[in-house]
Ligand binder design. Structure first.
Ligand SMILES: Cc1ncc(COP(=O)(O)O)c(C=O)c1O
Length: 424
């Protein structure tokens, strides 16, 4: 038998399966209510309008749609993207934009462009597992910064401390990866002060910031804050922020179209990286979405999607309040946008072990430990509120609460509980 281990590259041997993707396979049985995936609600997909846009592409320019395109991206789509960003106050030229096969490709391009084996990326702990996977597959490492609801995101004091220590130890740190708008997995949105402070930190230490913003427009409560990319434009305009955007959560993920905003020299380098990956983003998809964007209907769609998610998020929070055991050490975030909330349980509950009991009760979540690259917390879980309907949310939370209550009861009834009742 051929020993593939010795043939695979170090990069390939470093690749790790996504716990979430593996879990999704487990939860695909129809009777399971799954809060595990990150799927948008399919009833937000504007099927008829997208069908009409696809027909217009085939009616007017089918040969172009079926041909190779430029690596930089379709010019009509780029013009629409510039308008879309301008409405949010972001100033862009075509040279600041690269169309990509959604943001996961952009996340793979970042370590490809910036990391040599052993180089470090600063990231929140926990953070989006797909970004960790990409970094690790290029033999990059992550310098984790505690990230918690109490702290409104990154702990900046720890950032300064850990950065100084890492520099002293001779670690090569290349960029900071952040999701300031409704972070995956916690749903936290960074304050304006924190965004400004991180930008200032990056200026002071000559670091790039990779700002991943798939949920930026999915704000259903509160006021939109400037992105760090915008703050850089408004401050010294050094061009040290790279902003990743996608249609996955505001239109349809199946189109696989996203865009990178950055200064022209970085975009030019990314174009070369992308050429080796896929030559160009799906040309039909780009023309199709450009046709849809020309109708201007995306703004109503985003509003409708936000209304839908606000209702579901409120309902999930209401159900958690109704069914979960009431304790000071059992808390959840109440995000103002995005697709997820994050539950912290008593320290002695291990959600990795509990998932099997939850699946037996026909409910699923993502184990919190999946979002850490080192020193994982085991008493947390991520719940998605966009995909399930309200009836499923109620039944699912009831089932989950039962599992959690059983864990607490088992702990309280255990030898420690009997000899040292809580409160003593
Ligand atoms: C933070 C974050 N970044 C990037 C992605 C990838 O999105 P896509 O490749 O569909 O644009 C996701 C998907 O859930 C995400 O949560």
């Amino acid at each position: 038998m051929l020993n593939l281990e010795s043939i695979y590259s170090k990069n390939a041997n470093n690749m790790r399966k996504s716990v979430i993707r593996e879990l999704l396979k487990l939860t695909q049985q129809p009777e399971i209510i799954s809060f595990a995936g990150g799927l948008p609600a399919p009833d937000t997909f504007p099927v008829e309008e997208l069908r009409a846009a696809a027909n217009r592409v085939f009616d007017t320019n089918p040969k172009k749609a079926l041909q190779y395109g430029t690596t930089e991206g379709d010019l009509d789509l780029k013009a629409e993207l510039i308008k879309f960003e301008e409405r949010q106050g972001v100033k862009l030229g075509p040279d600041n934009l690269l169309v990509v096969s959604a943001s996961q490709q952009a996340l793979d391009m970042m370590p490809k462009l910036f990391l040599d084996p052993g180089d470090y990326v600063i990231a929140g702990s926990p953070t989006y597992v797909g970004a960790i996977q990409a970094i690790q597959s290029y033999q990059g490492r992550v310098l984790g910064i505690p990230f918690s609801p109490e702290n409104d995101g990154f702990d900046l004091v720890e950032l300064e401390k850990r950065y100084a220590r890492a520099k002293r130890d001779g670690k090569r740190i290349k960029y900071i990866y952040v999701i300031p708008d409704f972070q995956n997995p916690t749903g936290i949105c960074w304050s304006l002060e924190k965004r400004k402070a991180l930008l200032e930190f990056s200026y002071r230490n000559d670091l790039l910031i990779v700002e991943d913003s798939p949920y930026r427009e999915v704000r259903f409560l509160g006021e939109t804050l400037p992105s760090i990319y915008q703050l850089d434009q408004q401050a010294e305009n050094r061009g040290t922020v790279i902003n990743l955007k996608t249609f996955s959560k505001i239109l349809v993920p199946g189109a696989r179209v996203g865009w990178i905003m950055a200064r022209p020299d970085i975009i030019a380098k990314l174009v070369i990286a992308k050429q080796a990956m896929d030559l160009c983003t799906n040309v039909f998809s780009q023309m199709w979405l450009a046709e849809y964007l020309k109708t201007g209907k995306i703004y109503d769609l985003i509003k409708h999607t936000c209304d839908n998610y606000r209702e579901k998020r409120n309902y999930m929070v209401e159900m958690l309040e109704k069914y979960m055991p009431k304790r000071f050490d059992l808390t959840w975030t109440k995000p103002e946008g995005g697709l997820f909330l994050w539950i912290s349980l008593p320290k002695y509950i291990d959600t990795d072990a509990m998932i099997h009991k939850a699946v037996a009760e026909k409910v699923a979540y993502v184990v919190g430990s999946a979002f850490y690259f080192d020193e994982p917390e085991h008493n947390c879980m991520r719940l998605n509120f966009s995909y399930a309907n309200k009836e499923q949310i109620e039944v699912g939370i009831q089932r989950l609460a039962k599992v959690v209550a059983a864990e607490i009861a088992a702990h309280d009834a255990g030898p420690r509980g009997q000899t040292h009742p809580e409160g003593l």
